[in-house]
Design a protein around this ligand. Structure first.
Ligand code: ZN
Length: 135
């Protein structure tokens, strides 16, 4: 079951520069900065009510964020939905014809297991599903 919009991912050239904008825009500071080596990104999170803004900066040129920016794009990158059972949701969506970028969950930022759906099957929007890691 999908619970809520967990966060919106925003691709930026520089987290340091973009935080100056988003922290003033939202009137609060980032609560976490974290590097995800496997994805080649640095992230920063700002809480907005029940959801978050995730800023993403590429740490190498192979990163999906670097490729996104190289195409001349910037800003909104993906929407992340929180689910209560990631494997179950992936199976449900696959059965319904959605294209999975990740067939099985992987580690993401902010203590989450994540998997992405291909925008080809989601009306052009990159969709992330995430579930809090049980501690
Ligand atoms: Zn995300």
């Amino acid at each position: 079951m999908i619970r809520k919009i967990e966060h919106l991912g925003i691709a930026v050239e520089s987290i340091e520069d973009s935080l100056k904008v988003f922290e003033v825009l939202l009137g609060k500071e980032s609560y976490k900065e974290e590097q995800v080596i496997s994805e080649g990104v640095k992230t920063a999170f700002i809480q907005v009510g029940d959801s978050k803004i995730e800023l993403l900066e590429a740490t190498n040129s192979d990163s999906a964020i670097a490729k996104f920016l190289d195409k001349g794009k910037k800003g909104f990158h993906h929407v992340a939905f929180e689910v209560d059972d990631l494997e179950e949701e992936l199976a449900r969506l696959k059965k319904n014809g959605f294209i999975l970028i990740h067939e099985s969950p992987k580690d993401g930022a902010d203590n989450k297991r994540i998997a992405f759906l291909h925008p080809k099957s989601t009306e052009g929007i990159l969709v992330e599903l995430c579930q809090e890691k049980s501690s």
